[in-house]
Design a binder for this molecule. Sequence first.
Ligand code: AMP
Ligand code: ZN
Length: 287
Amino acid sequence: MIDLHTHSHESDGSWSPARLVEEALGLGLDALAITDHDTLSGYDGAAGQARTAGLDLVCAISLSTKLPSKDKPQGKNVHVLAYFLDGPPAAEFRNWLVGNLASRRDRNQRLALKLQSIGLDGKLEEAEALGRTLTGRPHFARVLVQKGYVTSIPQAFDQFLDESARAYVPRREPSFADAVGRISAAGGLPVLAHPFRLAKSGPDRFDILIREMIEQGLRGIEAYHSDHTPAVVRRFLGLASAYGLAVTGGSDFHGETKPGVALGKGRDGNLAVPREVLDRLRDSNSR
Ligand code: AMP
Ligand code: ZN
């Protein structure tokens, strides 16, 4: 069994990269990918430990992108996973990530001001103190919970931080085409994360979107995910084979930040990603 989608405390998960590696070993996972948002520092920090302990740690990242669409002029949110099966990307890609972190900090400053403007005491420094390489909305959500404005992280999103909520401020994000282009140029495999979210727009529309994304350089799809029922998994496996996309899978584990999702096992054990999934990725990558 493997897990190719996890987040550490370097982005918005609650476990350290070291703990992820230890627990993956404890579970007997054959491979793990730390797919932190916008940063490789989780992978960088755990690579040596994993090598010594004999865990196959795949270099990976998760990126939020915007896919232009007619019904949403500002672009649809599309999460892309990137797998660097031949090893970490070179400096050019890493430098691009640093630029993305700067635009995130700019958004965070504006978000803190917006919270203050509606009478909430949520300071940037307080959110940053909860994060490490990266500070995101989940850290602001925790500040709002700690201060008693809301009772849970989902409620913080519903009332204040969600795209449709009162304190939302947009962030400059790379376009889907730019992100997948850069991932491929850096030797990575660009994969559509949790496709079920996008598929909610309806089967016809989703088919159009998938074709658009393939034209723009998408090469894989996360068929196995904690939010996918067995029927949904089958549907995406079929779609992958119809369009010649690589298949990946993972829990989207965030530790205590996302209760109910277990490392390697998903929700109530609904996930068991076979090791052959990674073998196939490597096979097709070396061809
Ligand atoms: P950011 O990248 O800082 O804009 O934050 C996005 C992250 O917030 C996502 O990757 C999710 O982990 C989390 N998130 C987004 N919407 C929600 C929600 N409604 N409830 C809980 N977490 C959310
Ligand atoms: Zn996350």
